[in-house]
Design a protein around this ligand. Sequence first.
Ligand code: ZN
Length: 135
Amino acid sequence: MQARRKYPKTRSAAASARYAKRRKSRLARVDNDLTDAEWHSLLDAWGGCAYCQGEGAALQRDCVQPVSRGGRYTLGNVVPACASCNASKHNSEVTGWLRRKRLDERAFLLRHATILQQLMPGPQPDAQPDPLPDR
Ligand SMILES: [Zn+2]
């Protein structure tokens, strides 16, 4: 059985504005400390889209743990994603989304852990906070 989250297709203007404002204040609150150098080392390490291995396409910064779920733009949470994966994943929880897309969830998690170990030597207390309920 597939757990499927449905989002309303249309939002009222007021709801959209509320959503944008929430996202903005959420981003301002968290530390978004990914530097350009870190981003380039991530691009090098992954060598393509972290999810589908697509190369060549313009890669975008994707938060593994979405911002809406408490994720941040940090070395530990950002991976390169092609536009198609990035748009498809959107606010989804990463492992559920990988399963729905029939991508190799285990391979992704393993590779992500390996790359982070290379890029962040030593113990890295980069534990993500529990996702806050989005209300
Ligand atoms: Zn992709």
